[in-house]
Ligand binder design. Sequence first.
Ligand code: PGU
Length: 480
Amino acid sequence: MSSLDVQMPHAKSGNWFRSGETTGASGDTRSQMRRFKLSTMDKVGNRLNKLQAHLGSESELLVAPNNTSAVAVEATPGSIWNGVPQAPPDPILGVSEAFKADKDGSKMNLGVGAYRTEEGKPLVLNSVRAAERQMVADMSLNKEYLGIGGNPNFCKLSRELILGADCAAVREGRVSTVQSLSGTGALRIAAEFLGTFYKGAAVYLPNPTWGNHKKIFPNGGVAVKSYRYYNPATRGLDFQGLCEDLCAAPAGSIILLHACAHNPTGVDPTHEQWAEILKVVKAKQLLPLFDSAYQGFASGDLDRDAQAVRMFVNAGLEVIICQSYAKNMGLYGERIGALSFVVADAGVAKKVYSQMQQVIRPMYSNPPMHGAAIVERILSNKENYEAWKLEVKGMADRIISMRTALHSALQKLGTPGNWDHILNQIGMFTFTGLNSAQVTNMTKKHHVYMTQDGRISMAGVTAAKAQYLAAAIDDSVRNC
Ligand code: PGU
């Protein structure tokens, strides 16, 4: 094909033909068609070139400026997106990808915080199965759109689960709740709402925190700062640092608090320390935002794990709460959670609700119904609810027993260092204290997958593998 040969679609058939080929059309018509096609291609070519210049790509132009040769497209195959840089793997979910690709038989995935059975398998709770069976049999259910704020009964049950049905704020209609795409979605809606109606305030995150917090808030228009939380020397709470940093935060700042089972450290304030934190938050007029992703996983008791949140709400503060049912109902992939604003009066609650809808509508219109229907059936049916409570306790207890198993296996090996924090830390994770080189050794040599900060999900440990895990830690500590 010469450089003057241009491929154009046949005007009637839409087939591509070369400019020199006969189409059956008269010479005049052909040249008109050709002029039309070239001018169209001119426009397309110019747009592509502008786009490429905008993207700053150094590769050849996709279409020559004079448009004499669309052949350039054939000669330099490429993509508009050539300049898009490769993103790094996600620090948590990327670990699961690497785990899947590993063919070693002894591999363990302790990266993602997801519950596993004693056989190391994902678990669907019996209470969830029961709810789903009831749903299948319920012919009154349909697949219509939910409202923008989600399933209203699910929302009511969710705020009651975290605050207690007898909570004054609930009774007085001062809590606005929307259904969200799990805990992440609740945080994202909250962030955008705050970025719109609470402009200028930064959110203070504990150091360290769940990595996604640092991305969610800026995406919603909220700047991120941090407050001291964990003291590596004691492997415990840096309570003094925490109080100093909260005191130093400008009045009105948003303070993100993990409601229980802090991720990644497994270190929670005591009841007395929570009371002190409440005093500071009140005195400094800070806005508390609770991330409650592990209700039930800290103590095995749903009410006990909600104590910190309830303490703040019952003290009369305005509070934001993000809930997730990923862990405590094992509904990870259903993406079901809730966002609640506890506010000073019922009139304000209504307005806040209307604006949460404004955030949601252009983002995903309205939420999916299946997960909400499962939660609704568990929380509103006494039999299902009692069964679920036992299952939550069972999961928490198995995790605690894995702490004992790992700790005693390390003691047997005489692994250098003090490992009592494995017993003392709370919830799904142990913040082992392994450094980055040791973590790399755990993965590369022993096929134990964990996050680079040294966090392991205790929910992924089994009695059969505790020994193997201890040996891998022992080797990493001694040799790296
Ligand atoms: N908040 C905290 C503190 C979390 O740990 C998590 C999940 C979430 C919110 C959000 O969970 P949803 O699934 O959106 O409800 N953290 C887990 C799960 C993996 C991930 O990073 O999303 C983890 O392993 O840290």
